[in-house]
Design a protein around this ligand. Structure first.
Ligand SMILES: NC(=O)c1ccc[n+]([C@@H]2O[C@H](COP(=O)([O-])OP(=O)(O)OC[C@H]3O[C@@H](n4cnc5c(N)ncnc54)[C@H](O)[C@@H]3O)[C@@H](O)[C@H]2O)c1
Length: 338
């Protein structure tokens, strides 16, 4: 029996892993030369789950691919650069991870990235729909609350939309919540699991501390401060980087963790659970993040919100308006695309 909050095993390269944990998945990273793309590609190259690693960007991919290809692991690396090579990069891909797009600078919200990133994500989703419509699509590019509706609408235009295969990667919020709770309680972070639901921007990020394992309790003021820190953790990094971008290394870790969970489940591993922002019937929002049981064909079962505390119920109520607005903005963008 799976647990809705079981933590997936995250295993980076281990050359002694048995062949049963290998597969020949072809994974593409679109935006592979970027701050997230490069360390994410490194982690994927180190995994026995990846047989082929296809790296696409509008710049620098030949260098990144040549560099990674010298690592003594089995994943075969190819680099593709520029729009002319996008189709070739995507042919036959099982999983497509998309960190392409501009990151925040201090003072910006994720929604401020919409104008630039909406076009980038729509263009890349269009290419996925034409070249590997069956692939699992993992979108990292912000604003995730809108880029998932955008991707879904583009896939619909081609008649290839499968809601069980389109994921907004919110794993970094879970990773941060685990790290912060462990720090406050003196626990081993590897043993902590805090589900985070809702979306991936400010108050739409809803950590469910009441469902954390192991069970933890905080006085009301500390719970509010911890929740606010998890919601604003991205901004903490943006400020600290002082104009040099947003979270890249922790995001690469989180993106790799999510991709490995998807690949593990595709490989037949049972009980793989991750939170992600997906098409959902769990609330009045069309898209919402909750824990998901993953399987061979993507989402096997949406495990829902679970039992919320009164504090968490208020957070959900507070997030709905903003989420609906971000979803509509994404849908309208595709409807008005030429
Ligand atoms: N989901 C999350 O939790 C999360 C966390 C951090 C950052 N992000 C988002 O991830 C995105 C990337 O961040 P970053 O720090 O890596 O930025 P970056 O600027 O360092 O890298 C972005 C890369 O995308 C490439 N790119 C731009 N347009 C492209 C296109 N049309 N096709 C392919 N590649 C293209 C750029 O050349 C660059 O290499 C941003 O939108 C950021 O907001 C999401």
């Amino acid at each position: 029996m799976f647990s809705r909050i079981a933590r997936p095993t995250f295993c980076i390269a281990n050359r002694s892993l048995t062949t049963s944990s290998q597969n020949n998945a072809k994974v593409a990273v679109l935006g592979a030369s970027g701050g997230i793309g490069q360390p994410l590609s490194l982690l994927l190259k180190n995994s026995p789950l990846v047989g082929e690693l296809s790296l696409f960007d509008i710049a620098h991919t030949p260098g990144v691919a040549a560099d990674l290809s010298h690592i003594e692991t089995r994943a075969h690396v190819t680099g593709y650069m520029g729009p002319d090579q996008l189709n070739a990069a995507l042919k036959g891909c099982d999983v497509v991870v998309i960190p392409a797009g501009v990151p925040r600078k201090p003072g910006m919200t994720r929604d401020d990235l919409f104008n630039t990133n909406a076009t980038i994500v729509a263009t890349l989703a269009d290419a996925v729909a034409r070249n590997c419509p069956e692939a699992m699509i993992c979108i990292i590019a912000n604003p995730v609350n809108s880029t998932i509706p955008i991707t879904s609408e583009v896939m619909k235009k081609y008649g290839v939309y499968n809601p069980n295969r389109v994921f907004g990667v919110t794993t970094l919020d879970i990773v941060r919540a685990n790290a912060f709770v462990a720090e406050l309680k003196g626990l081993d972070p590897a043993r902590v699991n805090v589900p985070v639901i809702g979306g991936h921007a400010g108050k739409t990020i809803i950590p469910l501390i009441s469902q954390a394992t192991p069970k933890v309790e905080f006085p009301a003021d500390q719970l509010s401060a911890l929740t606010a820190r998890i919601q604003d953790a991205g901004t903490e990094v943006v400020k600290a980087k002082a104009g040099a971008g947003s979270a890249t290394l922790s995001m690469a870790y989180a993106g790799a963790r999510f991709t490995f969970s998807v690949l593990d489940a595709m490989n037949g591993k049972e009980g793989v659970v991750e939170c992600a922002y997906v098409r959902s019937e769990e609330t009045e929002c069309k898209y919402f993040s909750t824990p998901l049981l993953l399987g061979k064909h993507g989402i096997e079962k949406n495990l829902g919100l679970g039992k919320l505390s009164a504090f968490e119920e208020n957070l959900v109520a507070d997030a709905i308006g903003e989420l609906k607005g971000s979803i509509k903005k994404g849908e309208d963008f595709v409807a008005n695309m030429k």
